[in-house]
Design a protein around this ligand. Structure first.
Ligand SMILES: [Fe+2]
Length: 268
């Protein structure tokens, strides 16, 4: 007798740029970042249910406070699965790593559901732009060399391509050529995923899908030459990944979340 084997896909949730603060009243351009994260988590549970893995791609906090990191970890307890945290420009990379360890979220690579996930720290202390240090690039190359057969998703905070927005071009990944030289040596990489740009973006580079995702708080205007926000609802990205390397992905928003965005702001 044969039994039909219908392995279900791995469900992966990306949450990015929650910009949490030590104070419960903490707000970014008029949006309370704890409330917007709560609305996004509710939307995930209502719309998709429980994921198998969470990727948290930086700017977890606005103020780099231990209270905000711990608050983030506590909120993720709404989900019954592991998470992986990386730093953004607003984070303190060392503090983030130490608090991530309290929540078992500090791993830099995992294999799950037949996929390999590699998490990179592109943050540079005191700078808004990103850069991958030589050890970080070596880690990427070595990790990818160890798992040549597995479909792979590489995550970082900063955008490694031009996204057609002048003010953001200056604050992307500086040494992107070095990054792509490594990626190009490893054809199993299917997806490069990031945060930072607070907007939904999809591009293709050779066989690699490039994806960015709305923030769980405020959204930057697409294609704007200078800093601008737009009143789109906070959101998240969902993946369903097959061990074959096939996958689907979508961005969803907490459209019922009510907020009063300061649209005239010239910075954040
Ligand atoms: Fe951000």
């Amino acid at each position: 007798m044969t039994t039909a084997h219908t392995a279900r896909p791995l469900k992966v949730l990306q949450l990015t740029d929650p910009h949490l603060m030590a104070s419960a009243d903490g707000a970014l351009l008029g949006v309370n970042t704890r409330d917007s994260l709560a609305a996004v988590i509710d939307e995930v549970l209502r719309n998709h249910g429980q994921p198998d893995l969470i990727l948290a791609t930086g700017d977890l906090t606005q103020d780099a406070s231990s209270e905000a990191y711990r608050y983030f970890g506590e909120q993720l307890k709404a989900f019954n699965c592991p998470s992986l945290w990386i730093a953004g420009n607003h984070d303190d990379s060392d503090l983030l790593a130490s608090i991530a360890a309290e929540f078992q979220a500090e791993q830099k690579q995992v294999v799950q559901g037949g996929w390999h996930f590699v998490m990179l720290d592109s943050s540079v202390h005191g700078k808004v732009f990103g850069e991958l240090s030589p050890p970080e690039l070596a880690f990427l190359d070595e990790s990818l060399s160890q798992q040549p057969e597995l479909p792979t998703m590489v995550c970082l905070h900063h955008h490694p391509v031009d996204i057609g927005s002048d003010w953001m071009e200056k604050i992307g990944l500086k040494n992107r050529d070095a990054f792509w030289q490594v990626i190009d040596r490893h054809p199993q990489v299917k997806v490069v995923l990031w945060g930072h740009i607070h907007q939904d973006l999809q591009q293709q580079r050779n066989s690699v899908q490039l994806l960015a995702t709305p923030s769980t708080c405020i959204q930057f205007a697409t294609g704007s030459s200078k800093f601008a926000v737009e009143p789109l609802a906070p959101g998240y990205r969902w993946f369903e990944l097959e061990p074959s390397g096939q996958y689907s992905t979508e961005v969803c928003r907490a459209n019922k979340f009510e907020f009063d965005l300061d649209e005239k702001s010239t910075g954040y």
